[in-house]
Design a protein around this ligand. Structure first.
Ligand SMILES: Nc1ncnc2c1ncn2[C@@H]1O[C@H](COP(=O)(O)OP(=O)(O)OP(=O)(O)O)[C@@H](O)[C@H]1O
Ligand SMILES: [Mg+2]
Length: 130
Protein backbone atom coordinates (compact mmCIF):
# COMPACT_ATOMS: atom_id res chain seq x y z
CA UNK A 1 0.00 0.00 0.00
CA UNK A 2 1.54 3.36 -0.98
CA UNK A 3 1.43 6.61 1.03
CA UNK A 4 -1.74 7.93 -0.63
CA UNK A 5 -3.56 4.64 -0.11
CA UNK A 6 -2.50 4.65 3.55
CA UNK A 7 -3.83 8.21 4.00
CA UNK A 8 -7.11 7.21 2.30
CA UNK A 9 -7.39 4.19 4.59
CA UNK A 10 -6.68 6.32 7.69
CA UNK A 11 -9.38 8.81 6.65
CA UNK A 12 -11.87 5.98 5.96
CA UNK A 13 -11.11 4.44 9.36
CA UNK A 14 -11.93 7.69 11.20
CA UNK A 15 -15.30 7.82 9.40
CA UNK A 16 -16.24 4.22 10.15
CA UNK A 17 -17.79 2.97 13.36
CA UNK A 18 -15.87 0.39 15.34
CA UNK A 19 -18.56 -1.96 16.63
CA UNK A 20 -16.01 -3.87 18.71
CA UNK A 21 -12.93 -2.10 20.04
CA UNK A 22 -10.31 -4.06 21.96
CA UNK A 23 -7.41 -2.20 23.53
CA UNK A 24 -4.26 -3.51 25.22
CA UNK A 25 -5.87 -6.83 26.08
CA UNK A 26 -3.77 -9.17 28.18
CA UNK A 27 -4.93 -12.67 29.07
CA UNK A 28 -2.72 -14.90 31.15
CA UNK A 29 -3.28 -18.24 32.86
CA UNK A 30 -0.49 -18.89 35.38
CA UNK A 31 2.77 -18.42 33.49
CA UNK A 32 1.09 -18.76 30.10
CA UNK A 33 0.48 -15.44 28.35
CA UNK A 34 -2.25 -15.97 25.75
CA UNK A 35 -2.73 -12.32 24.66
CA UNK A 36 -0.09 -9.66 25.18
CA UNK A 37 -1.42 -6.12 24.61
CA UNK A 38 -3.78 -7.17 21.83
CA UNK A 39 -5.57 -4.40 19.87
CA UNK A 40 -8.47 -5.07 17.51
CA UNK A 41 -11.20 -3.09 15.77
CA UNK A 42 -14.20 -4.72 14.10
CA UNK A 43 -16.04 -2.27 11.88
CA UNK A 44 -19.79 -2.10 11.24
CA UNK A 45 -20.66 -4.40 8.34
CA UNK A 46 -17.33 -6.20 8.47
CA UNK A 47 -17.21 -9.98 8.66
CA UNK A 48 -14.03 -10.98 10.45
CA UNK A 49 -12.59 -14.47 10.78
CA UNK A 50 -9.95 -15.16 13.42
CA UNK A 51 -7.56 -17.87 12.28
CA UNK A 52 -4.81 -19.60 14.21
CA UNK A 53 -3.50 -22.93 15.42
CA UNK A 54 -5.21 -24.84 18.19
CA UNK A 55 -4.58 -23.26 21.59
CA UNK A 56 -3.47 -19.88 20.23
CA UNK A 57 -6.25 -17.92 21.95
CA UNK A 58 -9.16 -17.53 19.53
CA UNK A 59 -11.79 -18.81 21.95
CA UNK A 60 -10.28 -16.93 24.89
CA UNK A 61 -10.51 -13.72 22.83
CA UNK A 62 -14.18 -14.29 21.99
CA UNK A 63 -14.99 -15.40 25.54
CA UNK A 64 -13.38 -12.21 26.84
CA UNK A 65 -15.33 -9.99 24.43
CA UNK A 66 -18.66 -11.52 25.55
CA UNK A 67 -17.75 -11.39 29.24
CA UNK A 68 -17.18 -15.10 29.94
CA UNK A 69 -13.52 -14.50 30.78
CA UNK A 70 -12.10 -11.67 32.86
CA UNK A 71 -8.80 -10.47 31.37
CA UNK A 72 -5.71 -9.55 33.35
CA UNK A 73 -5.66 -6.12 31.69
CA UNK A 74 -7.25 -4.21 28.85
CA UNK A 75 -10.33 -2.39 27.70
CA UNK A 76 -13.19 -3.65 25.52
CA UNK A 77 -16.01 -1.59 24.03
CA UNK A 78 -18.97 -3.00 22.13
CA UNK A 79 -21.20 -0.37 20.46
CA UNK A 80 -19.57 2.23 22.69
CA UNK A 81 -20.26 0.37 25.94
CA UNK A 82 -17.39 -0.64 28.22
CA UNK A 83 -18.27 -4.32 28.59
CA UNK A 84 -15.71 -4.97 31.34
CA UNK A 85 -16.38 -2.05 33.67
CA UNK A 86 -19.40 -0.20 32.32
CA UNK A 87 -22.70 0.23 34.18
CA UNK A 88 -24.56 -3.07 34.66
CA UNK A 89 -27.63 -1.69 32.86
CA UNK A 90 -25.63 -0.81 29.72
CA UNK A 91 -23.88 -4.17 29.74
CA UNK A 92 -27.19 -6.03 29.99
CA UNK A 93 -28.58 -4.01 27.07
CA UNK A 94 -25.58 -4.97 24.93
CA UNK A 95 -25.74 -8.62 26.00
CA UNK A 96 -29.33 -8.82 24.76
CA UNK A 97 -28.31 -7.60 21.30
CA UNK A 98 -25.62 -10.17 20.49
CA UNK A 99 -25.75 -13.86 19.77
CA UNK A 100 -23.04 -16.45 20.18
CA UNK A 101 -22.83 -19.78 18.37
CA UNK A 102 -20.39 -21.83 20.40
CA UNK A 103 -17.90 -24.31 18.97
CA UNK A 104 -19.57 -27.56 17.80
CA UNK A 105 -23.00 -25.94 18.32
CA UNK A 106 -22.68 -26.54 22.05
CA UNK A 107 -25.78 -26.43 24.22
CA UNK A 108 -26.02 -26.53 28.00
CA UNK A 109 -25.54 -30.29 28.42
CA UNK A 110 -27.46 -30.39 31.70
CA UNK A 111 -30.60 -28.94 30.05
CA UNK A 112 -33.07 -30.28 27.50
CA UNK A 113 -33.24 -28.64 24.04
CA UNK A 114 -36.42 -26.82 25.12
CA UNK A 115 -34.72 -25.56 28.29
CA UNK A 116 -31.76 -24.39 26.16
CA UNK A 117 -34.10 -22.40 23.92
CA UNK A 118 -35.86 -20.98 26.98
CA UNK A 119 -32.62 -19.98 28.77
CA UNK A 120 -32.20 -16.51 27.18
CA UNK A 121 -35.94 -15.80 27.49
CA UNK A 122 -35.85 -16.67 31.20
CA UNK A 123 -32.64 -14.69 31.72
CA UNK A 124 -33.63 -11.53 29.87
CA UNK A 125 -37.42 -11.29 29.96
CA UNK A 126 -38.33 -12.87 33.29
CA UNK A 127 -40.84 -15.06 31.41
CA UNK A 128 -42.11 -17.96 33.55
CA UNK A 129 -41.64 -21.64 32.65
CA UNK A 130 -45.40 -22.33 32.74
N1 LIG B 1 -9.78 -21.08 31.82
C1 LIG B 1 -8.55 -21.39 31.43
N2 LIG B 1 -7.59 -21.70 32.34
C2 LIG B 1 -6.32 -22.00 31.95
N3 LIG B 1 -5.91 -22.02 30.67
C3 LIG B 1 -6.80 -21.73 29.73
C4 LIG B 1 -8.16 -21.40 30.05
N4 LIG B 1 -8.83 -21.15 28.89
C5 LIG B 1 -7.94 -21.31 27.91
N5 LIG B 1 -6.72 -21.68 28.40
C6 LIG B 1 -5.52 -21.90 27.61
O1 LIG B 1 -5.35 -20.77 26.75
C7 LIG B 1 -4.82 -21.16 25.49
C8 LIG B 1 -5.73 -20.65 24.38
O2 LIG B 1 -6.93 -21.41 24.39
P1 LIG B 1 -8.10 -21.20 23.35
O3 LIG B 1 -9.21 -22.10 23.82
O4 LIG B 1 -8.42 -19.76 23.23
O5 LIG B 1 -7.47 -21.71 21.99
P2 LIG B 1 -8.13 -21.73 20.54
O6 LIG B 1 -7.28 -20.85 19.68
O7 LIG B 1 -9.57 -21.40 20.63
O8 LIG B 1 -7.94 -23.25 20.12
P3 LIG B 1 -8.88 -24.22 19.22
O9 LIG B 1 -8.54 -23.91 17.77
O10 LIG B 1 -8.43 -25.59 19.59
O11 LIG B 1 -10.31 -23.96 19.57
C9 LIG B 1 -4.71 -22.69 25.54
O12 LIG B 1 -3.36 -23.00 25.84
C10 LIG B 1 -5.64 -23.09 26.67
O13 LIG B 1 -5.20 -24.26 27.29
MG1 LIG C 1 -11.38 -22.47 20.25
Amino acid sequence: MDGTALQDKARDDTQREAVIRVRNLTNQFGQQVVHDNLNLDVWRGEVLGVVGGSGTGKSVLLRTIVGLNTPKAGHIEVLGVDVLNGPEQDRQRIEKSWGVAFQDGALFSSLTVLQNVMAPLREHTGISEN
